[in-house]
Structure formats: structure tokens, C-alpha cells
Design a protein around this ligand. Structure first.
Ligand code: SF4
Length: 383
């Protein structure tokens, strides 16, 4: 089968599992403005932004020969649960003979999960399938681990672009892994490459650490979030993103592949919200609390235009920010890709965070009071 999938963050692991099962992989292209325009043209106007980007990605993949598209689903009052069916309908309506297969949590509907698995396993035995999945999952975990490290160290690189160049080479290394031995060798070389990059030394109290929370697609895919992680690193800011594919797999297999922090985060969120409204809204609030507890300096929340769950998170942010005394910036992203407005807001926000960090303690109290009061005043005026 000629198979494709959505482009979301690091895609080496998805490619690997499909290749190991003997499929011809039509690699999705990293979304560009053309992809987004295409998606916007054929999507319902008021659907959430990730749907449109994926629509464009699928059209491009189908035009290059994909017969099957594999993606993940969702549940609760969030549109992700309908993505697959609606995408497939639109593609068929456009005249493309394509099937969209959605893998949802194994525990929600085992029958459908098994039917899809049968199709995707391409005649492979159950033992081979499990072995291949485990191997691909190891690749995903190791690459996620390196990516996390890069998003911290890149803030201090001496020669701009060193980490990005290394990351391109690291992706190629993992792409060539077919055995456990290959994997161990690739990991050793990859870590060595990262460790060899010269970085600026900083004192602990000079580090600015920002957590990124929000809707899974927009926080994972740099082409739709103004490359925010790179952008912050360029300002000398360390970044920690809360979403990685390895965590998603752990959460949706209920610990079969290792423990996920999702449940713990939902527990931390209960102080501010009582129920999950879909997507990762509750987890995101829990992560804000977690970032505060771990001494982070600020949080940036990204939400796609038209996303109900993250709108709920956004509405809780003024209270959370005030109670935790944690600066939180919420940005809405859509197909209007002009970056100047958001760029200015991010720069101003980081300036504020730096000032809070460097001001003497007594001043901090005054600055904080001013900031929170200004926020409340703005809210009152808006309300
Ligand atoms: S979380 Fe938001 S953007 Fe993502 S699918 Fe659900 S409604 Fe759409």
C-alpha cells in the first residue's frame, strides 16, 4: 500500500514502522503556505486550524500517490474525533480514491482498532508487528529525548545554526536504523554530536526557562507556530514543550509503553478546573502548575483559532496567572500567517519576564502588582 500520514513534529518514527511493515511510504511534506492555502480552500470555514493544515497535507500526499492515510483520533467535545471521516469525505468528493484510517486509544473500541491494525500490518505476524512497533517506539523515544535537550541547549549556542545542522544529521542517522545495534550506535553518535557543540556558559540564576503548552498539533508542528521554540532559543530562552509523540503513545496505551505524566497533570489542574472539555485542556492547566512548581519563569500557551478546549484554557489563564504569580502569554494561531504581531508580543513578554527575574525582590513585588492589576483592568474593560 502507498501510505502517508500527517506531518507533525518529528516524523521519523512513523515512517520507520510503516517501512518495516513493507508499505511504500509517501512522505508528507512539512506544511508550507501553499499547503495551508490548499487546506483552507477545501475545508469548512469554521473548522479548527489543524484540520485545515492536515487537509492540505493530505491533498498533497494523495496527489503524490498516497492510497491510505493513517492518523490518530480524539474524543470528548473536540473535533479531532471527526477529523478522519470528514477528511476522507472531502478527499472522495474531490475525486481521490483514498482511505483515511484512524487509530484511537486501544481501550475505547478494541474491535475497530483491531480491524485497522489488521489492514496496516500487511500480513505480518503478530510477533513481527509487536517487535516492529516496539522498535519504532524506541526510535521515537530516543529522538524525543534529543529534541528536548536541543530546545534547552540551543539557547546558548555560540554559532547560530549548529544545533539545527546537527538535528538534520541526527534524523538521517535514525532513519537508517533497522536493528537494535544500529539504534545503539546512532544514539551514541547523536549524543556525542550534541555534546560537542560549543555553548555559552550561563549562571543558574541567569537562565530564563519558558514552558510551552497548548493544542497538540500547533505546539508540536513548528511550521504553524511561527517556529516559536527556535524563536525563543534565539532570544537566549530555554524551552520545554509538553507534547511529544512518545508521551502521547504512553498516555493512549495506558502505561503499556511506560508511564505518562498526563494523569498527574490532570490532578494538578483540579485546583482551577473541574472537568476535561476535550483535547488536552486540563493537562495544559496542570502543566502550568507544574512549571510554576519547578521554578520556570513563564509559560506560553498556543491555541488554534476555532479550538473550543483551548478557549476554555485561555479563559482560565488570568486567574491561574494571578494565583500562581506566573506570567502566561496566550497566542491564537490561524491561517493568517503574518508573524509581526505575535513576534512583537513574544519579544515584549520575554522582556517583561527578564525584568521580573533581574529586578531586586522588593521591586519584583511592585512590578508584579502592576502587571496583575493591568491585566485585571484590561479584563474588566473588555468585559
Ligand atoms: S483540540 Fe482544538 S484544534 Fe485540536 S482538534 Fe480539538 S477542537 Fe480542534
Amino acid at each position: 500500500m502507498k501510505v502517508s500520514f500527517p506531518y507533525m513534529g518529528c516524523v521519523t518514527g512513523y515512517k520507520k514502522i510503516l517501512e518495516m511493515l513493507g508499505h511504500e511510504v509517501i512522505m508528507p511534506q512539512k506544511p508550507t503556505q501553499k499547503t495551508i492555502d490548499l487546506g483552507v480552500k477545501y475545508s469548512p470555514e469554521f473548522i479548527c486550524f489543524p484540520f485545515k493544515v492536515m487537509m492540505g497535507t493530505y491533498i498533497e500526499a494523495v496527489q503524490r500517490g498516497a492510497e491510505v492515510i493513517i492518523s490518530s483520533g480524539g474524543h470528548g467535545p473536540c473535533r479531532a474525533g471527526l477529523y478522519g471521516e470528514v477528511h476522507e469525505k472531502i478527499l472522495k468528493h474531490m475525486g481521490y480514491d483514498v482511505q483515511v484510517i484512524i487509530f484511537d486509544s486501544i481501550f475505547r473500541d478494541f474491535g475497530t482498532f483491531y480491524t485497522h491494525l489488521k489492514k496496516v500490518r500487511n500480513g505480518a505476524s503478530l510477533i513481527k508487528l509487536i517487535k516492529d512497533i516496539r522498535f519504532a517506539f524506541q526510535i521515537i523515544c530516543r529522538m524525543d529525548e534529543i529534541e528536548k535537550k536541543i530546545k534547552i541547549l540551543r539557547a546558548y549556542e555560540l554559532n547560530r545554526g549548529d544545533f539545527n545542522r546537527a538535528w538534520v544529521e541526527i534524523q538521517k542517522l535514525y532513519d537508517k536504523c533497522w536493528t537494535q545495534q544500529d539504534l545503539e550506535k546512532a544514539s551514541k553518535i547523536a549524543h556525542q554530536m550534541i555534546n560537542d557543540i560549543p555553548i555559552r556558559k550561563v549562571k543558574d540564576d541567569e537562565r530564563i526557562r519558558v514552558g510551552i503548552v497548548g493544542e497538540i498539533y500547533v505546539i508540536m508542528e513548528s511550521s504553524v507556530n511561527m517556529n516559536i521554540e527556535q524563536n525563543l532559543n534565539n532570544m537566549g530562552v530555554e524551552v520545554e514543550n509538553v507534547q511529544y509523540i512518545s508521551d502521547w503513545v504512553k498516555h493512549n496505551t495506558r502505561g503499556f509503553f511506560g508511564s505518562s505524566k498526563a494523569e498527574q497533570m490532570i490532578g494538578k489542574a483540579r485546583r482551577f478546573v473541574k472537568m476535561n472539555c476535550g483535547g488536552h485542556d486540563m493537562e495544559n492547566i496542570g502543566w502550568m502548575v507544574d512549571f510554576k512548581e519547578r521554578g520556570f519563569d513563564a509559560v506560553i500557551h498556543l491555541m488554534p483559532f476555532g479550538c473550543l478546549p483551548e478557549l476554555i484554557t485561555q479563559s482560565a489563564i488570568p486567574t491561574i496567572s494571578k494565583e500562581l504569580k506566573l506570567p502566561i502569554l496566550s497566542l491564537s494561531l490561524d491561517e493568517q500567517m503574518g508573524t509581526a504581531n505575535n513576534q512583537t508580543r513574544i519579544e515584549a513578554f520575554i522582556d517583561l519576564v527578564r525584568n521580573l527575574k533581574s529586578a531586586p525582590k522588593t521591586e519584583v513585588k511592585e512590578i508584579e502588582d502592576e502587571v496583575w492589576n493591568a491585566k485585571l483592568l484590561k479584563q474588566e474593560l473588555a468585559g
